[in-house]
Design a protein around this ligand. Structure first.
Ligand SMILES: Nc1ncnc2c1ncn2[C@@H]1O[C@H](COP(=O)(O)OP(=O)(O)OP(=O)(O)O)[C@@H](O)[C@H]1O
Length: 101
């Protein structure tokens, strides 16, 4: 997994997770490599400021609810989330699966 350095506009921490670098991004969110308060590695996804609206919040809250109820060897484990924060965020375990995993 490759990370790129944080930019000045990136937060340094979210919900107690220290952010260490950027992992990737999707249509809705930026994903960071982070560290939990207990020192566990985490993937912290944050909705991009430009797409935070009520529909994005709802979809994100649904994604969080689904992640809370499923688990498996190929699913990044739910750690913590705040869908109601100004910039809603979700922390999961870090997947080391490559393409096609
Ligand atoms: N738990 C994780 N562990 C490692 N890398 C991750 C994890 N979650 C996301 N990533 C990386 O961040 C990228 C973007 O993830 P994201 O979940 O935002 O993708 P998406 O499902 O395409 O986005 P969206 O739901 O916004 O359409 C992924 O392609 C992957 O490289």
């Amino acid at each position: 997994m490759q990370t790129t350095p944080l930019s000045p506009e990136d937060p340094a921490e979210l919900g107690g997770f220290e952010l260490l670098g950027r992992i990737g991004q999707g249509g809705m969110g930026q994903v960071y490599l982070g560290e939990s308060p207990g020192g566990e590695p985490a993937a912290v996804k944050v909705i991009k400021a430009s797409v935070v609206d009520s529909e994005a919040r709802l979809r994100f809250a649904q994604e969080i609810e689904v992640l809370k109820t499923i688990w498996g060897p190929r699913i990044a484990a739910f750690l913590d989330a705040d869908p109601e924060a100004e910039r809603p965020w979700l922390a999961t375990g870090v997947s080391t699966c490559g393409p096609g995993c």
